[in-house]
Design a binder for this molecule. Structure first.
Ligand code: GRF
Length: 204
């Protein structure tokens, strides 16, 4: 039976694209993307989803703030919407730039995964690539990496599913490093989705 995947994005959606391509090529196992949610109206990932005829949903925190509602309201109501409309098997945060509170996370424990451009225990939070590059330039690191991990309320702290080291190379510009990281992200995310859906993880 098909397993439903909901993908949350905020921007360009190149990782969403990697997932859509993987699904088309039969590389997500029984996984199928049934909905793409964005918290930004102009996110290019919405166009990518529409081109692939995948339903989209936009919900911004600003609408909530303007209506006098809280961040928890946003998270709780978004969780309800996703649960009721999709009954998802998996929620993938693919460049979703909004920290989800327990009002969302607790509802889908073990069913939400996040892509983060850093290795476990390093560079948690925003601007991880910029910070890795600055540390490399300061002689404080020679590699960084990418991970896909389960989401818990502590940002970027959940159990890793897949990780990959990425060397920082002599002569790298920030853009060079970023490009190499994105290539790896696009490879690792579909693999992690398949693993989680197949429940074939050895996390011990
Ligand atoms: C990725 O680098 C992801 O790791 C980070 O945001 C970026 C999203 O890129 N958190 P895209 O929207 O998938 O192109």
């Amino acid at each position: 039976m098909a397993k439903k995947i909901v993908v949350l994005i905020s921007g360009s959606g190149s990782n969403l694209q990697a997932l859509m391509d993987a699904e088309r090529q039969g590389q997500l196992g029984s996984g199928t993307i049934t909905l793409v949610v964005s918290n930004k109206k102009g996110a290019y990932g919405l166009t990518r989803a529409a081109e692939a005829s995948i339903p989209t949903h936009v919900r911004t925190l600003k609408e909530y703030k303007d209506a006098g509602k809280t961040r928890e309201d946003f998270d709780r109501e978004l969780a309800e919407y996703i649960e009721e409309s999709q009954h998802p098997d998996l929620i993938v945060l693919a460049g979703w730039m909004h920290i989800l509170s327990p009002a969302f996370v607790d509802r889908f424990r073990g069913k939400i995964i996040n892509l983060h451009p850093a290795l476990p225990g390093e560079l948690d939070g925003a601007h991880a690539i910029d910070r890795a590059y600055s540390e490399f330039k300061a002689g404080e690191r020679t590699k960084t990496g990418v991970m896909v991990h389960f989401v818990i309320p502590e940002v970027d702290k959940g159990k890793p599913i897949l990780t990959q080291d990425i060397p920082c190379l002599e002569g790298d510009s920030l853009e060079d490093l970023e490009n190499r990281i994105h290539v790896v992200e696009h490879q690792i995310l579909p693999k992690a989705v398949k693993l989680v859906l197949e429940d074939s993880l050895d996390l011990n």
